[in-house]
Design a protein around this ligand. Structure first.
Ligand code: BDP
Length: 692
């Protein structure tokens, strides 16, 4: 299947014990055939069961022994089934129970979509060859809105997308529903993703015209049975561009009315439309500040248009202004903290995991915990803009969890980012998380076969951020490849190490934003003299003859003071600052002694060399799996690892030689000098895809 089936890669089971148990225990499925969501759930289970066991699972109007029974909580009482269903619309139970002397598998939830989630969870049990006897699962999501953000343009290019063109074929919509839309919805529902923003945050207002809304409606209709709501990125100046108004000033009455009318028009077509996502006053996008208004004015005018329809407004905190700041990392916090409490109730502020921009490693964003009166969504990037695009193998669950597990100390110890965004820390009743999608129309959806694991991991963590990266990887491997123990162990090790490996050969010890100009793929620590200082590498690494690093302590930009005192203290003090964030917060002499006892200079260089070594280890591991995984996929990954190896060497050589040209220090003993000189690397024309 070349990876098309993703983790729903049902294959005939090989374990005779499982086969015997499943075919012995499961005979039919009983569900409400008038309900479209239950219909798709039943179809999914029948399809999966057929492939996994080679047997049919016919639908049955009545419940019989051996039935898988989908039942809403409201129907349990009448059948005298006394089971506790989670108090959460999306939650579900899966239980082996005896009802009226019949042994059944009961899947129950308050909602139809919960039944679909339960069905997918049950299928997963079968894929993982788990025992059914005594099955007893109860789950509910910790976060309410689990949303993919597609940065898809209307001409089907995808900003920072490395997996082909956009899935949405606007030309053939609304008349033609590609099967791919359905498979996309299945995949999302299988991991609990329940929303999708269809278009780029750098939005085109055309999407809000009636003609285009009809296309959006067609997608919303296709996704509805799978519980996926559609959202749109709204361009702030749409009232001017498509509404023919003279202004988009949020306090202008005609503008407010225009947004209200637009929302009414949308909800007439799409009654369960999710809402808008807005990028305003950032990187040249229009916004309320263009009219002398605040972010709250800008957010609230749209929120008020959506509120009567229960829509939400997601307002991004990724802002940076035209004036070059002393430290860009500080800007969002400075702009948003004075506004806390001033947003309407249906506004959520969407904050990237770190304060700069989706780097291979960043400390968590200081805004988490700093807006107690405002629901905050976390925005994670699944697409590998800064992590080698779709040629590098990067399993990002460890990166996502590093942020979610970080303790903000906003309300004392244990105030993790996860608790901020699930609403529990500050008592909000709406909560959300967004993942910038890595999906395109490549046959395997995500470009790199392993990039699928990031889509999977995002969904899993959005549902339950307490899962470990190991657990998620292990499930994904078994469902995508096979359940062979040695394959699992080898691939899992590759995945769990992969992100750290990239950090090692790109940006070790807290270095950041030192990639090539514009496309962000290769190394470019020498980048300087661009229209904005904060778009250059030299601004971020601040290397000179004496040392390296961005001083964000109280003796520098004082960005550390934006964190709560316990955290600020740790980051501010070079002795307690975790070394992984060292050069993010501190400017230090090359001779600074690391915990290992070696000098900072030696430590940096060694990380670069280690990163390349680790890619070589991944290559060896992968080679050893040739007979264990699908031949086509094996070849693809093998080739990609070779590209990654070359890229890692390029990163290592470029960065080591460049920083050496500044430090004037020799390479640590035992490390061989890069083949070419710095001039060679600096003059490499990086001809990746122009314009990305
Ligand atoms: C940066 C990307 C840019 C996005 C921007 C954003 O380079 O393409 O438009 O973030 O998130 O990471 O708005």
């Amino acid at each position: 299947d070349q990876g098309y089936n993703l983790w729903l890669n049902y294959q005939k089971l090989t374990d005779p014990v499982s086969l015997k148990e499943y075919t012995g225990l499961l005979k039919s499925i009983h569900f409400d055939s008038n309900n479209s969501t239950q219909q798709v759930a039943a179809k999914e289970l029948q399809n999966a069961f057929g492939i996994l066991t080679g047997k049919d699972l016919p639908s049955n109007r009545s419940m019989e022994s051996g039935s898988v029974v989908l039942l809403k909580e409201s129907a349990l009482k009448a059948l005298q089934i006394n089971q506790q269903v989670p108090d959460n619309a999306d939650g579900f139970i899966i239980k082996q129970v005896t009802v009226q002397n019949k042994q059944i598998i009961l899947i129950s939830s308050q909602s139809d979509i919960g039944l679909l989630y339960g069905t997918f969870a049950f299928i997963k049990q079968l894929q993982l060859q788990k025992r059914l006897t005594g099955l007893n699962i109860s789950e509910s999501p910790k976060i309410q809105h689990r949303i993919l953000n597609h940065w898809d343009n209307l001409n089907r290019t995808v900003e920072r997308g490395y997996a082909g063109f956009s899935l949405w074929n606007w030309h053939t919509l609304p008349g033609y529903i590609d099967k791919r839309y359905i498979d996309y919805a299945r995949a999302n529902a299988s991991v609990g993703i329940n929303g999708t923003v269809l278009n780029n945050v750098n939005a085109n207002s055309l999407i809000l015209t009636h003609e285009w809304l009809l296309k959006v409606k067609a997608l919303a209709d296709a996704f509805r049975p799978y519980g996926i709501k559609v959202y749109l990125s709204a361009r702030f100046t749409s009232p001017i561009e498509i509404g023919k108004l003279k202004t988009a000033d949020p306090l202008n009455e005609d503008v407010a009315q225009w947004w209200k009318d637009k929302a009414n028009e949308i909800y007439k077509l799409i009654p369960d439309f999710g809402g808008f996502l807005v990028k305003a006053n950032s990187e040249g996008q229009p916004g309320p500040q263009d009219y002398g208004r605040t972010h709250t004015d800008g957010a609230n005018v749209l929120a008020r248009a959506l509120a009567p329809h229960q829509g939400i407004l997601m307002y991004r905190a990724f802002v940076y202004a035209n004036e070059i700041p002393e430290d860009r990392a500080k800007q969002a916090y400075n702009e948003f903290t004075p506004l806390d409490g001033k947003f309407d109730k249906n506004v959520m502020v969407q904050v990237k995991n770190g304060a700069i921009d989706f780097q291979p490693r960043e400390p968590f964003h200081p805004l988490f915990g700093a807006l107690p009166k405002t629901p905050i969504m976390a925005e994670l990037q699944l697409t590998q803009e800064y992590l080698g695009m779709s040629t590098n193998l990067a399993y990002l669950s460890p990166l996502f969890k590093e942020c979610l597990d970080s303790d903000t100390y906003a309300k004392g110890k244990g105030s993790t980012v996860a608790k901020v965004i699930d609403g529990s820390l500050d008592g909000h009743n709406i909560s959300g998380i967004a993942g910038v999608a890595n999906i395109g129309n490549d046959i395997n959806w995500c470009g790199h076969p392993f990039a699928q694991s990031n889509w999977y991991a995002f969904g899993k963590l959005a549902w339950n951020y307490s899962l470990s990266s190991e657990e998620i990887a292990s499930e994904w491997i078994k469902m995508t490849f096979n359940t062979d123990a040695s394959t699992l162990q080898a691939i899992s090790q590759m995945m769990l190490q992969s992100r750290e490996t990239i950090v090692n050969y790109m940006t070790p010890l807290g270095l950041h934003h030192i990639m090539s100009w514009s496309h962000h793929y290769g190394p470019g620590p020498w980048i300087k003299d661009k229209p904005r200082a904060d778009w250059t590498s030299v601004y971020y690494h601040q290397a000179d003859k004496n040392g390296i690093g961005f001083d964000r302590t109280s003796s520098g930009s004082n960005a550390t003071a934006q964190y709560f005192p316990e955290v600020a203290k740790i980051f501010n003090d070079v002795n307690t600052c975790p070394e992984k964030y060292l050069l993010w917060f501190h400017h230090l002499p090359w001779s600074y002694k690391l915990k290992s006892g070696e000098s900072l200079w030696d430590g940096i260089v060694k990380h670069y060399y280690l990163g390349v070594k680790e890619v070589e280890q991944m290559q060896n591991t992968w080679d050893s799996l040739a007979s264990k995984v699908d031949g086509d996929i094996h070849l693809q990954v093998k080739q990609l690892l070779k590209v990654q190896h070359e890229e890692a060497i390029l990163w290592r050589n470029s960065c080591v030689l460049y920083f050496q040209s500044i430090s004037g220090l020799p390479l640590p003993k035992g490390l061989s000098k890069p083949e070419k000189d710095l001039n060679y690397y600096q003059n490499l024309e990086y001809k990746y895809v122009p314009g990305i």
